[in-house]
Design a protein around this ligand. Structure first.
Ligand code: NAD
Ligand code: TDX
Length: 330
């Protein structure tokens, strides 16, 4: 069995690759895993270090928009799990060209190559942000898409292209839409790793706006477990929400991070709000739970404590990335 994982050097993609090669998913035991990753500022081969010596892993540095390369890699592939994307909302507000090129055009190139090669399953990793923002209740999979940032709009474009390749061509595509992930190897520009690493170093943390925006935090292991269920048994053409983590306002999250790092509220700097800042995300996970038996397994208390410990013990991983992040934004 051969699996093509795009974006496999990023936060979630590398977790998935480590789990497949580490034997967490028996149905994919012994599979050959080909990682295609451009190694943008967010991509990091260190994320694959724990499995780098495995004969199951092949790493290809390249762009998902490169049709010739993608077509070569797609030949003989049974399953595609497509994570590659520009993923940071704040960057998409500063400049959105790469978001459209990678998230929309790159996805179209992959879908076309998968169709040409006759792959058996294409799992497209979308996001709950394609739905927009919701004050009360939760989105089911048939809710209208109302993305608000250039990031989420580009993700919605790719999500709809994935659907179209099923409807038009019958490509066996599944789409997953997950809530906010956290865990080890999370790039330190996103709120949880940014705040943890700043607080470890005794630096202030920038809290956007009134801090009342709500996110549903899911451990990356639970997200990847959901993706694997979809890869194995998701019905072609179907969309599956993944979530079931812990809903918190950013103020509540910040309180927990301060407590976990032994800091107090004097380290918090209220700053100007993000433009178009989505107020709340919340997915209804009835479908994946009922059809595929999905359930989040990691409590936020345990997951956060483990994550804080991981960042405390892995300064050598994140310190150069914070410098890289600052340089690429500048
Ligand atoms: P990430 O930014 O950590 O990783 C993205 C990876 O894609 C990097 O390794 C990068 O080098 C690679 N990449 C970017 N452009 C590429 C291109 N043109 N060709 C090949 N590789 C390219 O992102 P992440 O947080 O791991 O997110 C992975 C996927 O999951 C994304 O599609 C994202 O939209 C989705 N998602 C993320 C979250 C979250 O909370 N992080 C939640 C739901 C969905
Ligand atoms: O410095 C900060 N201060 C702050 O208050 C940052 C970086 C963020 N925030 C707030 C904005 C959000 O309300 O924290 C919340 C989370 O922000 P991010 O970590 O940037 O995540 P978010 O914008 O919610 O998007 C994430 O979840 C969905 C991922 O980056 C996306 O890739 C995924 O699709």
């Amino acid at each position: 069995m051969r699996i093509l994982v795009t974006g496999g050097a990023g936060f979630i993609g590398s977790n998935y690759v480590r789990k497949v090669i580490g034997g967490s998913y028996p149905a994919f035991a012994g599979a050959d895993v080909v990682v295609l990753d451009k190694l943008t500022y967010a991509g990091n081969q260190e994320n694959l270090a724990p499995v780098a010596d495995s004969p199951q892993l092949s790493f290809v540095q390249g762009d998902i928009s490169d049709a010739e390369l993608v077509s070569t890699l797609m030949a003989g592939t049974d399953t595609v799990v497509h994570f590659a994307a520009e993923s940071h909302v704040d960057r998409s507000i500063l400049a959105s060209t790469d978001f459209v090129r990678t998230n929309v055009l790159g996805t179209q190139v992959l879908l076309q190559a998968a169709l040409d090669a006759g792959v058996g399953k294409f799992v497209h990793i979308s996001t709950d942000e394609v739905y927009g923002s919701i004050e009360r209740g939760s989105w089911t999979e048939d809710h209208v898409l109302e993305p608000n940032s250039p990031y989420s709009a580009a993700k919605a474009g790719s999500d709809l292209l994935a659907r179209s390749y099923y409807r038009t061509h019958g490509l066996p595509v599944c789409v997953t839409r997950c809530s906010n992930n956290y865990g080890p190897y999370h790039f330190p520009e996103k709120v949880i790793p940014l705040f943890i690493t700043n607080l470890i170093d005794g630096k202030p943390v920038p809290l956007y706006g009134d801090g009342q925006n709500v996110r549903d935090w899911l451990h990356v292991d639970d997200h990847c477990r959901g993706i694997q269920l979809v890869a194995e048994a998701g019905r072609p053409g179907e969309i599956y929400n993944i979530g079931g983590g812990t809903e918190l306002t950013n103020r509540e999250l910040t309180e927990k991070l301060l407590a976990a790092t032994g800091r107090d509220w004097s380290f918090v700097r209220p700053v100007t709000d993000r433009k178009g800042h989505d107020r709340r995300y919340s997915v209804d996970i009835t479908k994946i739970s009922a059809e595929l038996g999905y359930q989040a397994q990691i409590s936020f208390e345990q997951g956060l404590a483990d994550t804080v410990r991981w960042y405390t013990e892995n300064r050598a991983w994140w310190e150069p990335l914070k410098q890289r992040a600052a340089l690429t934004v500048a």
